[in-house]
Write a protein of this length. Structure first.
Length: 336
């Protein structure tokens, strides 16, 4: 007789056929966070309620899904086996709800990461293309964080370096390349390199440059910086307190006075200058990302806006003298 490993329908036979999707949502949150407190915060419920839902699901399935100790939470073999099925069920529920709802009746929440750059221009053009849609800007500061918010249903769309996301997260997102963004460095205006119109990567050798190290929201950016810095002998600045908002970021950067890795459109701040990086030109791969199955005229407008701006301004033309990691280059081409 076949085991449940060979027969996925065994999950259905061993469980209530009307398992509440809320229980599967609780299971997926704990499986991804491996921490009950963080999972409860992500779902906006009490930890006691979350634990109760997990116990109920385990009873319905007749299987232990997690190993819990005072120090850690880990998936059991049954938990590992359930996870892909649970994700597919929840994705199907989301698609079903979207198919029979009027998507234009609700706002579309669009994370720009930081205002005043390419993503903000895409949003502005999309608002022109779809004036009847309410496109609400958010500023989550980092695609690593925003991707989790998208999958949890608290955000709809974001922008950033998708190649830096966990493959399991990336597989659940739709993606569209927006721009090969030339990168820059933000310098104190009295820094020796500030007088130059451009800064060669080799001239940063030995410098300590800030790139978000220690910020859990921007892991994809820090990982990208490590790849870049390793080739040109640039030191990664140590973590600083997480600064929320432009004013706090400005204050912390002014205190430490380290150059900051940025893109050429980074908004100027008092006491600093933005200088493009050259020889070669490092590129920040900007993609538009959304939850697979999302249907909304605002998303259609964002995709059209990104394509139009890219065509008008050559955003998707990669300079000959440029640097981009292989996985990023491949993802930009695959998603195009």
């Amino acid at each position: 007789m076949a085991s449940s490993d060979d027969d996925p329908s065994a999950w259905t036979r061993s469980a209530d056929t009307h398992t509440d999707p809320r229980l599967l949502r609780a299971f997926v949150a704990v499986a991804e966070e491996l921490h009950f407190t963080r999972a409860a915060a992500r779902l906006y419920i009490a930890q006691q309620a979350l634990s109760r839902d997990i116990r109920r699901l385990e009873r319905e399935l007749g299987a232990e899904l997690f190993v819990r100790t005072t120090r850690q939470v880990a998936l059991t073999a049954d938990g590992e086996r359930l996870l892909p099925y649970a994700r597919r069920v929840l994705d199907a529920h989301a698609e079903l709800a979207a198919a029979f709802a009027d998507p234009a009746a609700r706002p579309l929440f669009v994370d720009l990461n930081t205002d005043g750059m390419a993503a903000a221009r895409v949003l502005a053009r999309a608002r022109e293309l779809a004036p009847a849609c309410e496109l609400m800007a958010r500023f989550e500061s980092g695609l690593t964080w925003a991707a989790g918010e998208i999958l949890a249903g608290r955000l709809d769309v974001s922008f950033g370096r998708a190649a830096g996301l966990d493959p399991g997260v990336r597989a659940r997102l739709g993606m569209q390349p927006v721009r090969y963004e030339p990168m820059a460095v933000l310098l104190p205006d009295d820094h020796p390199l500030a007088a130059r119109e451009t800064v060669a990567l080799g001239d940063l050798a030995g410098e300590t440059v800030y790139a978000g190290d220690g910020n859990p929201r921007t892991k994809e950016w820090t990982d990208f910086a490590r790849l870049l810095f390793a080739e040109w002998g640039i030191e990664l600045a140590p973590p600083v307190p997480l600064a929320i908002g432009v004013a706090e970021f400005q204050r912390v950067m002014a205190k430490d006075r380290n150059p900051v890795l940025a893109v050429v459109d980074f908004p100027p701040m008092p006491g600093t200058v933005v200088r493009p990086l050259v020889r070669p030109v490092p590129l920040s791969p900007l993609l538009l990302v959304w939850r697979k199955g999302l249907r909304h005229p605002g998303l259609d407008a964002l995709r059209e806006a990104a394509a139009r701006l890219g065509a008008e301004e050559g955003w998707m033309v990669r300079p000959g003298d440029s640097w981009l990691p292989g996985p990023d280059a491949a993802l930009m081409l695959e998603s195009g």
